[in-house]
Design a protein around this ligand. Structure first.
Ligand code: G6P
Length: 476
């Protein structure tokens, strides 16, 4: 297939670095996204010929594609060339909501439970066909955009089939696939019908390299290949591990802007003082409201702390930011409602006229998240499973006076941060309550020392390095 643009580096992901909102008069407003991939790509400089291929995700995006033919205005993208694909909305919904978020996400995070047990019938097969079509649309666009021998970095569980499809179209390319999620162990992965399990693995094995955030997820992938496909990684695909750290320069600078200071003052007012006049202690959590984040059990652990150690009543506030995610799916909406219900119940059971035990906020506000990071005494990061979890790495970087980190041993970040975090089993509510007590009781000196070491670990692999290392590994 002929190259139309001949890019030498390409990135492909479902969600791109920019999204568009459409107003009533037909105007389009571009909103640039953040995250590791965006800052990683900036490492190769704005003047390179890199192209980012992504999908239109809403009416605003689709209108932007219609007006530009898919090659977005670089003024909206920070100078980057972005090719946005307008995939049929039904195909996208089936691939993204149906297969990626309801099946593959659940498998890798081991989230199935009654009544959410998997049932792979005709509806699943229909959605799988959409997932294939969606992956093919990406493979074809990448094949068109890529110059001879280009490096292509394909991201995540939305795009597991694209590497093999692209390999078929363009054998000259160097293809990498990166999984930002955990990978399920074979006993769990084999919940998938056998032919689908083989397609997912075989799709990724179409890449020259399959990379993961931690050795644990890489090993699970290899185990799945042996169990499902037979011994040996058949295509000779290399397996890599690239941890992703916090972007220290960006965070430290952003966390000291006036809007963050303002939000700190407002939060301090909300938190208030204990009956003896001392400022209340704070347990902070910041998550997207995803089942894997384990927010409900975190709240129940806090409730158990108040119940079993009444000395903390009126002396601590749990600031929980639970930002909406994937609200097209009923299971996510129900989970959001459950988080709100449990928070309200704790407040009505323990609250007093001048103490609100849980401050739950659901409206996304990055400046307020940073403000909470700066003032937190304790950060609670207790996912059931998580590819990495950047909150665990960001808090120590911006903390003003030191923050004790309560961290699930099932988060990818645990591999790097275990020495100075308070480890928890995310299912053990009693254990998490005890860990919160331990973290709240930690002396200021020890907290500051641990935070310093956590911050050093957390920033050891900045996004720029994460990105450049992958490119370099593809060269070999
Ligand atoms: C989390 C995961 C990423 C994934 C992203 C998709 O951040 O760690 O692996 O790509 O979710 O989120 P979205 O909002 O696009 O469904």
């Amino acid at each position: 297939m002929a190259s139309t643009h001949a890019a030498s580096v390409l990135v492909a992901s479902n969600r791109g670095p920019v999204s568009y909102a459409l107003d009533e008069s037909g105007g389009l407003t571009a909103k640039r996204g953040g995250g590791g991939l965006v800052s990683g790509l900036s490492a190769i400089g704005p003047d390179t010929d890199a192209v980012w291929v992504c999908s239109a995700l809403g009416a605003g995006d689709r209108e932007a594609v219609r007006r530009t033919g898919g090659a977005l205005d670089t003024a909206d993208t920070g100078g980057r060339r972005v090719r946005m694909l307008d995939i049929d909305p039904q195909v996208h919904a089936d691939a993204y909501n149906g297969i990626a978020n309801s099946v593959l996400w659940f498998v890798h995070h081991m989230l199935y439970q009654t009544p959410l047990e998997p049932a792979f019938g005709a509806e699943f097969r229909r959605q799988w066909a959409a997932y294939e079509a969606y992956n093919r649309a990406f493979a074809e666009a990448l094949a068109q955009e890529a110059g001879e021998g280009a490096a292509v970095l394909i991201q995540d569980y939305h795009l597991t089939l694209a590497p093999r499809m692209l390999r078929g179209l363009r054998p000259d390319l160097r293809i990498g696939h990166f999984s930002h999620t955990p990978w399920a162990p074979p006993e769990y992965f084999r919940l998938l019908p056998d032919d689908i399990a083989a397609q997912v693995l075989g799709g990724i094995l179409g890449a020259d390299r399959a990379a993961f955030l931690t050795q644990r997820w890489a090993d699970a992938f290899t185990d799945c290949c042996h169990t499902v496909l037979g011994p040996g990684i058949p295509s000779g695909t290399r397996i890599g591990v690239h941890g992703l750290g916090a972007d220290a320069d960006f965070l430290r600078q952003r966390a000291h802007r006036p809007d963050v200071d303002e939000r700190m003052a407002a939060l301090r007012k909300q938190i208030g003082s204990a009956p003896d006049g001392s400022p209340r202690r704070t347990i902070v959590r910041v998550d997207r409201t995803e089942l894997s984040k384990n927010i409900v059990r975190g709240l129940l652990a806090y409730q158990e702390l108040l119940e079993s150690r009444p000395e903390w009543r009126e002396r601590v506030v749990h600031i929980a930011f639970a930002y909406p995610s994937r609200q097209d799916l009923a299971v996510y909406r129900d989970y959001t409602a459950e988080v709100q219900r449990v928070a309200t119940e704790i407040n009505s059971r323990y609250g007093t006229p001048d103490w609100t035990p849980v401050e739950l906020h659901v409206k996304d506000d990055f400046a307020r998240s940073l403000a909470a990071y700066r003032l937190a005494d304790v950060a609670l990061v207790n996912p059931i499973r998580d590819g990495m979890n950047l909150v665990a790495k960001e808090v120590p970087v911006v903390s003003d006076e030191g923050c004790a980190l309560v961290l699930s041993r099932e988060a990818g970040a645990f591999e790097e941060l275990s020495e100075d975090a308070v480890a928890v089993n995310p299912y053990d509510i009693g254990g998490m309550a005890a860990a919160l007590h331990e973290a709240l009781s930690m002396g200021a000196g020890e907290r500051a020392e641990r935070t310093k070491r956590l911050a050093a670990q957390a920033t050891a692999l900045p996004p720029a390095r994460w990105f450049l290392d992958q490119l370099a590994a593809l060269e070999k």
